[in-house]
Design a protein around this ligand. Structure first.
Ligand SMILES: Cc1cc2nc3c(=O)[nH]c(=O)nc-3n(C[C@H](O)[C@H](O)[C@H](O)COP(=O)(O)OP(=O)(O)OC[C@H]3O[C@@H](n4cnc5c(N)ncnc54)[C@H](O)[C@@H]3O)c2cc1C
Ligand code: SF4
Length: 324
């Protein structure tokens, strides 16, 4: 690792100012994504702005119609917070599957959302990449997964984002040009090298999760090691049941694109009985949305099939458990 300066801002505005003033700056939250990547020399920084001491980022607040979660809340605190457990149990289900308990003690909500994308040819040590050639995302000039491609297909592999997307979450950002609130979905782009639509110095402050009366929701992930691992594929589902019909349905995926995305076109299933035709339409919509590539040790075709299977299974389970 190169020599580093570590700065501790006393406020959000000071953090943003430091980001503008210092050479090669990065915000540091729990460090469980950034630091391993810096040690592998795939992410670089000369200055780390340690935002873990900022009290404004560590609040969980119940508001009249929503729950506001500070970006600096650790996943451990998040999973234990009664407000989160009551307001959005889906989020606890997803967050409790992130990495291992020791990571969750320091890993944060914001760091989870803003983690780097992943690929077998990229998340390797410096010596591995030197011996096996670099790739376009870091120091090389071709994509090893799709050599003729001019884009990178590294996968977004966060567990929280799909769960927040099906709950229609919004995010608050402060940056050099002021503050803004936007839908979480607007944060992500379909590009493994530039998957976050953030300007230099933008700091994620909080996530707002609207009240979900009448909705049932769940998350499933497939990973190689059950006790600790990124999702090779993950699916979140939220649905509203009305009698023997699905009144509304949202599905979001992770691990299978460069962004975590809501599956489009599911309005067509609103008001339908979940029969074979319903599941065939769901399958088609999910398969159209995802684009797993040979960027992990698990075959892309398998990941494609497993996403459809997890989506079908979750919808069936949630529908059966939902109140009429
Ligand atoms: C062995 C291992 C297993 C893992 N398994 C999983 C897994 O199963 N699922 C999963 O989702 N993740 C996994 N991770 C990745 C990581 O641990 C988590 O995503 C974690 O939540 C990252 O949070 P952090 O606070 O440590 O982020 P950091 O590493 O501190 O930051 C990550 C990135 O976000 C930026 N950042 C952080 N906070 C802010 C903010 N408020 N505003 C602006 N930028 C910010 C940082 O600059 C950095 O670029 C794993 C990591 C390891 C090492
Ligand atoms: S998808 Fe291609 S460019 Fe992107 S990290 Fe993998 S090998 Fe590198």
């Amino acid at each position: 690792m190169q020599p580093l300066a570590i700065l501790k801002p006393a406020s959000l505005s000071q953090a943003v100012t430091m980001h503008q003033a210092e050479p090669q700056p990065r915000y540091l939250a729990g460090g469980t994504d950034l630091v391993p990547n810096m040690r592998k020399n795939i992410q670089k920084a000369q200055t780390l702005i340690d935002i873990s001491g900022l009290a404004e980022l560590r609040e969980i607040r119940t508001e009249s119609q929503s729950l506001r979660i500070g970006a600096g809340v650790t996943l451990e605190a998040f999973c234990e917070a009664p407000a989160v457990r009551t307001h959005a149990p889906l989020l606890v289900q997803a967050a409790s599957q992130v990495a291992a308990a020791t990571h969750r003690a320091t890993a944060t909500v914001g760091g989870n959302l803003l983690q780097d994308t992943r690929c077998y040819f990229y998340n390797q040590s410096d010596w591995w990449r030197t011996a096996n050639e670099f790739c376009m995302k870091c120091e090389g000039d071709i994509c090893r997964v799709a050599p003729k491609s001019d884009r990178c297909y590294a996968c977004y592999s966060g567990d929280l984002a799909p769960a927040l997307l099906v709950l229609d979450a919004r995010i608050d950002i402060v940056g050099p040009t002021g503050t803004r609130q936007e839908p979480l979905a607007a944060l992500f782009a379909d590009d493994g090298m530039h998957h976050l639509k953030l300007a230099a110095g933008d700091l994620l402050v909080s996530v707002e999760v609207p009240a979900q009366a009448g909705w049932s929701a769940g998350y499933e992930k497939m990973r190689l090691r059950g006790a600790i691992d990124f999702p090779l594929a993950g699916v979140a589902v939220a649905l509203r049941r009305d009698g023997n019909r699905v009144a509304e349905l949202r599905v979001a995926c992770t691990g299978v694109n460069s962004y975590p995305g809501l599956v489009p076109g599911l309005e067509a299933l609103a008001g339908k009985v979940p029969d074979d035709a319903f599941y065939a339409t769901l399958d088609k919509a999910v398969r159209k949305e995802i684009q797993p590539m040979a960027s992990t040790l698990t075959a892309a075709g398998y990941r494609r099939r497993i996403v459809s299977a997890m989506a079908r299974r979750l919808v069936g389970k949630l529908f059966a458990a939902a109140c009429n």
